[in-house]
Structures are given as C-alpha cells and as structure tokens.
Write a protein that binds this ligand. Sequence first.
Ligand code: GCO
Length: 463
Amino acid sequence: MIIQHNSFKAGHDRFSKEDFGTDFKFGVSAAAFQTEGSVLTDGKGLSIWDVFSEQKGKIYKGQDAREACDFYNRFEQDLLLMKSMNIANFRFSLSWPRILPKGIGKSNSKGIDFYNKVIDKCLELGIAPWITLYHWDLPQALEDKGGWTNRKIIDWFTGYVSLCAREFGDRVKNWMVLNEPLVFTGAGYFLGVHAPGKKGLKNFLPAMHHAAICQAEGGRILRDILPEARIGTTFSCSLIEPYRNIPKDQLAVKRVDALVNRLFLEPALGLGYPREDLKFLKHLDNYFLTGDEDLLKFNFDFIGLQNYTREVVKHTCLVPYIQAINIKATKRKVPVTTMQWEIFPQGIYEMLKRFDSYKGIKNIIVTENGAAFPDKSENGKIEDPERLDYIRKYLEEVLKAKKEGVNVKGYFIWSFTDNFEWAEGYHPRFGLVHINYKTQERTIKSSGNWYSDFLKQLVRKET
Ligand code: GCO
C-alpha cells in the first residue's frame, strides 16, 4: 500500500469538493462519554460506562473516562478549533445521565444548560449540531432495574427523548436516535466486553428487542414534537465475505451478514427480523408482544451508515447460534489499523450500494468512518499519513457510490479529537486532532489540516 506523504494538499486529490455536490454534508463525529469527562460534575448521574470502567480488567491498563478530553470544560475551545478547520457539521451525543441523573424523574438543569451552551456556541460559529440521543451511556440507575433487558426502558427512553426534543429542538434540526444498537446490545449484553458486562441470549434477546423498539419509538416522539426535524438513526455495518469459496462458508456469510447488517435495520424498515437466517431468533418470542411488529417500524428521514472495515468468515460448528468465525485480518496478513481492522475501502462502497438497495431508505449519511493509527509527534507537528491515506481512499469509494446514483448525502469523520475508545481506553487514536492527555493540549494532525483544506474549497464554492 503506497502511503502518499501527508504534505499533499486537497488540491492534489483525484476528487474535489464539488464532485460531492453542494448539498453534501461533511462533518466530524464524537460521543459524550468518550470526550466530556466531568463524570459527576454539576449533578450528572453515573452511567453504566462510569461503573464498568471502574471494574478491574475491563478497560485497557485500567484507564477510565473521568477526564477524557475534558470537553465538558473545553467545548468552546474545541468548537473554535473546529470552526478554524472549516468544519460545518458536528455530530455529538447527549449524556442521558447528565440530563436525567436517575434516567427518569427530576432533570438536572446544569446538564441541560451545558448542552444548550454547546448548541448555542455551534450556531454562533456557523456549525450545525447533529445530535445522537443515545451513544451507550445508559444511566446506571436504570441498569439497576434491568436496563435494556427491562421492557420498561421503552417508557424510560421515550421520556428522555421527549425532554431532549422540547429542550433543544428549537435549534437542533438533525437528530439520530441510537448509535449502533448491535454493538451496545451485542458487546454489552451478550459478550459482556462492554458496559454493563452482561452475557448470554437471556440478556441479549430482550435488550436487542427493546432497543429495536426504542429506535422507532424515539423517531416517532421526535417527529411528533419536531415535525420539521430530519430524523435518523445509525447502524454499524461491514461487508462480510467468505474465507473459502465453498457453500459452507457462503452460508456462514449469510448468517453473519444477517446479524451484523440486517438485525436492526430491517425491522425499522418494516421487513421484520431476519429470522430465516438467524434461527436463534425463535427465542425472541419470549419477549415479542402482539403489535411489536408495528412498533419496530419507523420511516426515518436518513439512515446513518457507520463503516470501518470488512469481515472474512468461515463456517465452524464451534461457535453457537451463528456457526461462523471471523478470520482475523492479522492472520490474513492484510493492512490493518491500530484496532486490527482491515483497511478495505471497497467495503464502504459495497455497504452504500447495499443500503441504497432498500426501498425504505430515503437518504444515507456516512455518520462514522475513520481510522486509528499511532501518531508521531515531531517538532510539535503530528504527521499521520496512514490516517490521511485511509480517509482519502474511503472518500473515493463514497464518491464512486454517489456517482452511481446512491443517495448518500454526507460524510462524518470519526473522530474530531482522539478520545476514550471504550474497552481499549486511550490507546487507539482516531482523531483529526491529537490530544496530549497529560496537558489536554490539542494539535491538529496532518489529516486534520488536509480535511480543513479540503473543506475550505467547499466554503469558497458555496460563498
Ligand atoms: C462505534 C462507536 C464509536 C467508536 C468508533 C471507533 O462505532 O463503535 O460509534 O464510539 O469509538 O466507531 O470504534
């Protein structure tokens, strides 16, 4: 893989801003728990990630997000930096326990004030706020009542969504209900490697079903309160390919693809769960009530597609429920990022074409794409040619899909700054902006300078 030197300016790209059209939204993404810190400041309640991070052995080197990027205190500085980089769209999430410390009941005025300040500062700087309502930081008080496994979460969540819509909906026009429900239910309630650390189908199935209902309920609440808002929700997705071109592996692909790419998307589109490819879903009937099929549906204005890599799988009887195993990228000796994820730009093209093939999807926005690589600091500069090369190659694939008629309307880089990467702690750095966690000093990396130049072209074209 030839890594072009980071000194390339946007003008040397094989594509320009205008290729994407003037209504195409470029931005950056982030999340509350991964950036804010101040986990108990000004009345915020504990989240499941605050509690999980304190448990021994859960987070890389025992790290935690008590300070993270200190966004709670530095949001103005960061938004000014974002503005200086010509970034006009900022996707961030609200911390449910910062707004409702117990998840329900009395709200926290200081928490609400914080997000009002962030939104107002964005608008003052000409940055459009794109809000994700839930990015994994469930109030611990609700987890103590079963969390996502308790069907009451539908009421708890709709109460939270209503409050946010009423508090912020006068200025926020773009909303996303959930961030990657498969990841937070799969990793948090089946594998136990994410908060709240629960395991097994008995936790995963109710959590999954209730999250799928909340995904649609949240959309309905937003639409009812904010009829003019653009309402979406986000899904992680990956191209799944067979390790060997044999029927057993091709069938394994179908099962993994149903789990990874269809499980939450298709119920929202009114297609129901992919029961024919995931036989274990027959156990869902223990939680599936009459009328749930309709509750699962909602006609989102856009779908957030979040893609980083591809998976290569083969059949095995040793893995229950899906009888498939992922052949690690490192074993396949292909280029990988710090996360050991294969760099496979064609994967985002394939997933854009796949999502676009669903009649029920009106618009697609790439709400997350990006890469973690080790950053090298030299003379106060952070050169990150691998990240820049990754972004350019993936953007080329997005443009290729768009030119073929895919209704893709935006691209948000994960992430604006380095931040707390869940169980991996601060080791993986995804930011366009480097953070020195000892001093909280921000340094724009060469990828960030490239993105800034690239976006400046758009600003010139739009003015
Ligand atoms: C996710 C989350 C982000 C991650 C990012 C890198 O997709 O897992 O939305 O919080 O940090 O994707 O893994």
